[in-house]
Design a protein around this ligand. Structure first.
Ligand code: FES
Length: 114
């Protein structure tokens, strides 16, 4: 069982920057995009043991600083190699100035037609 956990305040986030938090033992990158929307995705790159929150936010992606894979903020999917597996994405809710993250990954598998 998991529940949304307060991870930070909106005012602690900067546009186009990521903040590393731990929820239920999981490292999660909380990212505010340039439009002000807050996203949460797995902080560990699927290509190597690198913290994605140390990388770069560019448009709707978070780029790993090690080898340049860009992960889509909304789906966690890598848009560029060398990473080819997605990072998990999590539900963000904002109440007043508080940012909450539910550590249960959002399932995007049903959006893939086979
Ligand atoms: S460790 Fe992230 S792209 Fe290689």
């Amino acid at each position: 069982m998991s529940a949304a956990t307060k991870v930070c305040s909106v005012s602690e986030l900067s546009p186009s920057a990521a903040l590393r938090v731990i929820v239920d033992g999981k490292p999660i990158a909380v990212v505010m995009d340039s439009a002000g929307t807050v996203h949460a995705l797995g902080d560990t790159c699927t290509h190597g043991d690198i913290s994605l929150s140390e990388g770069f936010v560019e448009d709707d992606t978070l780029e790993c600083w090690a080898h340049g894979s860009k992960f889509e903020l909304t789906t966690g999917k890598p848009l560029t190699l060398p990473a080819y597996e997605p990072v998990p994405v999590y539900t963000v809710s904002i109440v007043d100035d508080d940012v909450f993250v539910d550590p249960t990954p959002i399932d995007h598998s049903d959006s893939v037609a086979v």
